[in-house]
Design a protein around this ligand. Structure first.
Ligand SMILES: Cc1ncc(C[n+]2csc(CCOP(=O)(O)OP(=O)(O)O)c2C)c(N)n1
Length: 519
């Protein structure tokens, strides 16, 4: 590392043998420069000697960057030379501590770059403070085959306070031909939706959102997961953005993530007033610490009279069929239910197939959608929906799979639940999602251990809880039960258990995918 830093004219290097003193030397430099100064040392106790200066920088809010060499992790504690556990050694005296992976793949390279960016951002964001970058390196160490350090991605951070100076963003926007905004999970925000609609209609910007974005608009595209799956290879490039802007939280679509990662835009701005650095698409260039509405309101953007990109996406979107005439299965049950869902209801969805299947259908007006998508856990679906329903006057629906339902049976066991909670349980006898993952069906473990096949029914549990139980085993039953299930008035919680067949679910999934590929 010393070879690399000292041979690159970007860095001005100083040599101070005693690391403790080097740390304070850097503090003196920061006092003068009011800018970050980096320390670089070898592995072992050398690093510990920076601790006093790290503590001083922490409490004086000085942007000290500690870069420490480390050994291959396999050799820590093996009586090999100069090794101590260096990861996170400064504990809470640094604002951020990152431990880099050794690079053996493209993914490691991205991971390393992201971690370094995160540390550098943190040393100078909302105040300042020390950060630690620990760098394990395996032998051989002294080949020096590269003449110069490579050009790498530096993610820029812009804070709300500096929003006055948005020239750079305005000109990137105006120079881009294919602009795209992806909205992740977020609560409904009318002001934002109205603003984004103008961007679609007047400024040739494609807006993609899932139901979890709570941003329904006829001008936005929601069926992009199926659309991307259906795209012929030679057309993919026409759909890839050159400017990507992301807002909100998690996105479910794996196809979209893969699509953007393999066709990275020139610029990717993530607009978020919260902390952290999320690089879901591996191409983040700018992190904008701002509320999306204030950011877009301040951008100076020109009218884009061409509508090519929006037209391309909208044409493809309108050709994607809403599943119909398919056999009775998980996805068609979701379709039948959503067609009957009263307007302005609240809909909770379980992780697994439920959250994916709702995306295949439009939602009734004013539906608000929630899901525990932060970590995709299946353990709290009933409890979360019932917590919400307890504070909500209107109807609260939960669409959930059987493993998620049985996991959270205790969610039914509380004294606050009332008749405005309705649970549509799709019982496909196990973790149906796993039957749809390519390759997993080759494993003997799939049925007994992965999908956890079972023959349980919720009937007795539901009745024991004192709730009203309905059941459907085919389309006719379902049509009969749905009106009662969605009725406005009920004294008790209503649980509608719909039984589907794994084999038919798999066949239907295949059939719909084949239809998409033939478009
Ligand atoms: C607490 C927890 N354990 C395990 C998992 C892994 N997991 C993801 S989906 C899933 C199966 C869910 O099955 P089910 O609720 O029946 O829905 P389906 O797949 O049939 O739609 C499991 C076990 C998880 N997400 N959370």
């Amino acid at each position: 590392m010393i070879h690399c830093f000292s041979q690159d004219p970007f860095f001005k290097c100083f040599s101070i043998v005693d690391e403790r003193s080097a740390g304070y030397f850097a503090i003196g430099m920061m006092d003068k420069l009011q800018r970050p100064v980096a320390l670089c040392c070898t592995s072992g106790t050398a690093l510990l000697n920076y601790a006093p200066a790290v503590a001083e920088s922490f409490y004086r809010e000085l942007p000290l960057v500690v870069v420490s060499a480390d050994r291959s992790q396999a050799w820590i504690g093996q009586m090999d030379g100069q090794t101590i556990p260096q990861q996170g050694v400064f504990g809470s005296m640094v604002r951020k501590s990152v431990h880099l992976p050794e690079i053996n793949s493209e993914e490691d390279l991205w991971h390393c770059n992201r971690l370094i960016n995160e540390a550098l951002m943190e040393c100078n964001r909302r105040g300042a403070g020390p950060v630690h970058i620990n760098v394990p390196i395996s032998e051989p160490l002294f080949d020096f085959t590269e003449l110069t350090l490579p050009a790498v991605r530096k993610i820029q951070v812009f804070s709300e306070k500096k929003l006055g100076d948005l020239c750079k963003f305005s000109s990137v926007w105006n120079d881009s031909c294919k602009r795209m905004i992806i909205i992740g999970q977020m609560p409904h925000n009318e002001e934002l939706i109205e603003l984004l609609e103008i961007l679609v209609l007047k400024l040739d910007c494609v807006v993609l959102c899932e139901h979890l974005s709570n941003a329904a608009s006829p001008n936005f595209i929601g069926n992009f997961d199926a659309l991307i799956y259906a795209l012929p290879e030679d057309e993919v490039e026409n759909f890839a953005p050159d400017l990507l802007i992301t807002l909100g939280g998690h996105l479910v679509s794996k196809h979209l993530k893969k699509f953007i990662r393999s066709h990275p835009p020139k610029s990717h701005w993530h607009i978020s007033p919260s902390d952290g650095c999320v690089d879901t698409y591996q191409c983040l260039t700018d992190l904008i610490d701002a509320e999306p509405v204030s950011f877009f309101s301040e951008l100076e953007i020109k009218d884009g009279n061409h509508k090519n990109f929006v037209r391309t996406w909208q044409k493809a979107s309108s050709s994607i069929p809403i599943p119909k005439d398919l056999p009775f299965s998980d996805s068609t049950v979701v379709g039948s239910f959503l067609r009957k869902l009263p307007e302005y209801s609240t809909l909770f969805v379980g992780n697994s197939s439920s959250v994916r299947n709702i995306q295949l259908y439009p939602l009734p007006l004013g539906t608000e959608v929630f899901c525990n998508r932060g970590t995709n856990g299946i353990e709290g679906s009933i409890s979360t929906a019932s917590g919400y329903a307890t504070l909500h006057d209107g109807l609260t629906f939960l669409l959930v799979g059987d493993l998620s339902f049985f996991y959270d049976l205790n969610g039914l066991w509380n004294k606050y639940i009332g008749g405005n909670l309705r649970i549509l349980l799709i019982n496909n006898g196990g973790g149906g999602i796993f039957q749809l993952l390519p390759g997993l069906n080759k494993s003997e473990a799939l049925e007994p251990f992965v999908a956890a096949r079972h023959n349980s029914s919720a009937e007795k549990w539901v009745e024991a809880a004192g709730f009203h139980y309905l059941k459907a085993e085919n389309e006719t039953d379902l049509k009969k039960q749905l009106p009662e299930f969605v009725t406005a008035q009920s004294e008790k919680v209503i649980v509608l258990e719909v039984f589907t067949s794994t084999e038919i679910n798999q066949a239907t999934f295949k059939l719909y995918n084949q239809q998409l590929k033939k478009l």
